[in-house]
Design a protein around this ligand. Sequence first.
Ligand code: PRP
Ligand code: GLN
Ligand code: MG
Length: 489
Amino acid sequence: MCGILGIVGQSPVAGQLYDGLTMLQHRGQDAAGIATAHGTRLRVHRGNGLVRDVFDAKAMALLEGHVGIAHCRYPTAGSEGSDEAQPFYVNSPFGIALAHNGNLINTDALRREVFEQDRRNINTGSDSEVLLNVFAHELDTQNALTPAAVFAALEGVNRRAKGGYAVVCSVLGLGLVAFRDPHGIRPLVLGKRQGAAGEEYIIASESVALDVLGFERVRDVEPGEGIVITDGGQLHAQQCAPEAEHATCIFEYVYFARPDSMIENISVHKARMRMGVTLGEKILRERPDHDIDVVIPIPDTSRDSALEIANTLGVKYREGFIKNRYVGRTFIMPGQGERTKSVKRKLNPIPLEFKNRVVLLVDDSIVRGTTSQQIVQMARDAGAKKVYLASAAPPVRYPNVYGIDMPSSEELVAHGRSEKDIEQLLGCDWLIYQDLADLEAAVAGPKFPGRKFDSSCFNGEYITGIDADYFDRIKQLRSDDAKKTRRVS
Ligand SMILES: O=P(O)(O)OC[C@H]1O[C@H](OP(=O)(O)OP(=O)(O)O)[C@H](O)[C@@H]1O
Ligand SMILES: NC(=O)CC[C@H](N)C(=O)O
Ligand SMILES: [Mg+2]
């Protein structure tokens, strides 16, 4: 998952883009970049690393302009190289920089089309560079640079691109353009702020970026909608795709987003708390006479649901694992070796919370099982009498193809295994998963009962439809083995 944002301000925006990007760092730790529009030039600075590593004072000073976009990357396509850091830039038409969160599922076909029909070269393995060139071509055919021309171009993009995409672009001579795929798989939110000379706007992956910069949340960008905010601060919005089923990725609520974000008018924090209540109720249904002494979260993301499980069970909640604040998120690290090593460096137990107790460890999700396998052992080593494990999400059995890098089902611990098999593999005394219907109801909450989500990694139902051979192709390109081979060669 990547983090994206764009700002149209009345004063230089580079510093604000930097601050906003640090609020989205949890969405991508591999690379970061900013592009600003200044007169007739688009200034771009990008590179591998965390936001704080990529930018220094000199780079920031060059990022002049009152309009700009920013990106932090968690790769799902191409390589991890610095040439695939975003924003991407094309000089024709007009000069466009683009930042993309998501993943296209027809990249290969589009790449061929772009080369053969649109006569554009794609220089990297990135799906986002392909998307930029599709947009550039469609805008070029409009022979105008107006909001109406952009909306017509976006109709073309939405016809051609398939998959998950939330996008911000800086178009020289016009302003900021944003759009979201017709199903609204990836999140995108619009905010505004009163400047001295009128309104200033922001568009970002998550509302936390708005909070820190003093923008008020206006609304989500609608699925299939295009938004143009001109350099002068005029906002234009139009639907650019035929109506399609709205299905935001449920994994945003489970793991990706920060709890202090609002996505589609749902508080991520509250959604996670409700997941805890429903899972607590399931535990009580399955084991009314349970012997759990203490509920312990596996920090960070599981905390909200773990607390509510404890409240529902009427059992103590204890922070038994202390997180090293200088180690990032392990799941979005690129290689399995690094992920495995990082769990130990990241989480350390406080033995007195485990000694002679029956502990219920709670995680938000179990994907490859990297975290849970080690944590269960750590709990035993710390003296736990019995170790139970609860997952606030159902078993992840299918690849994600819309912006989460889990391309190969064989790498998923739950793939092809029963819950009993997984319990054994993870080495716990009892493993309990949330049911999918409960997860969906918990996220929808009382305000949006029956709301539909993209839950493909749990049920294998892909909202865009998917070619039968797609999974084999991405497995060859993006499995951990394929990445390892690429790094060595
Ligand atoms: O089964 P796995 O493949 O290990 O993946 C799932 C784990 O990875 C994530 O934690 P992460 O360390 O990325 O971030 P967090 O600190 O936000 O929980 C998630 O919260 C689970 O703990
Ligand atoms: N996680 C994402 O949103 C990734 C964006 C894009 N597919 C890339 O790999 O750079
Ligand atoms: Mg975690």
